[in-house]
Design a protein. Sequence first.
Length: 298
Amino acid sequence: MKMLTLSHVEKHFGEKQVLRDVSFSVPEHTVFGFVGQNGAGKTTAMKLILGLLPLNSGQITVNGSAVSYGNTDTNRFIGYLPDVPEFYSYMTPAEYLSFCGAITGMPKQEIKKRSHELLSLVGLENESHRIKGFSRGMKQRLGVAQALLNRPRLLICDEPTSALDPAGRKELLDILTAAKKQTTVLFSTHILSDVEHICDELAFLHDGRIVLQGTLKEVRKLRRASDVELEMEHARDAELLLSDFPFLRRQGQNLLFLEEGKALPEILGRIAEEKLPIRRVERMEPTLEDLFMEVIAK
Ligand SMILES: Nc1ncnc2c1ncn2[C@@H]1O[C@H](COP(=O)(O)OP(=O)(O)O)[C@@H](O)[C@H]1O
Ligand SMILES: [Mg+2]
């Protein structure tokens, strides 16, 4: 079942067209990466999903119900962590969650139980200091806990890792992965390694359009065949191969580079014929970064 679907969504601010025919859907209990550079339109799309902005055409459904602009009913399914979350900084994490639970009418016992579960999920269960002194990472983690308080079916996080250091990012990504058991996660990012680490599926928004989407595996397959590095034991053998196969590129004394692995069997055949000692043959796993650079360059 699809937890979220955008179909043919268009959004402009005055003359400025920000989203053009954006369609994608997010399956239940997955982590979905919404990827794009700054200004691509990620936050705008998230605000449309939350009914905070009107769309110009197209349709959005959350958990099967249509989103309408304004006080949309579908928000009862959603937990949202904005890009710059604000907290009451004089409260402790537990006080903050109790406060948030109370204003949404959660019963006291339920608040207590849920806060305990969530604070341990985000690694803040022993934190009794006020939010005031928290690092950015701690604040983001508390933000995730708050967004999950009402057991949303869809958790939307806007660039939750962007302002964090590598350790903080890793912690947050682990939490989003763990959250997948209880909800569906849509998060935006411009950091491609985040996507490679935790996403089941992704959509890449570029200049207001979805230019790539699918599972990580599908998206990786779209890339041309991977390059191969060939490291010879002796420099003279590298030279020999270069003269036979002029399309090889030399990258060091003994190191050759074969674009897209072209003619690899022939080259290996020649190596076997001459019994040339090899140090290493390696297929270079293409990164998402490479792929996106290719797509953007088109
Ligand atoms: N309220 C607005 N009025 C006019 N332009 C806007 C408004 N909000 C966003 N934009 C423009 O829309 C584009 C996409 O912005 P945004 O959705 O914030 O991108 P992202 O979150 O991917 O960085 C940007 O060019 C931004 O300047
Ligand atoms: Mg944004």
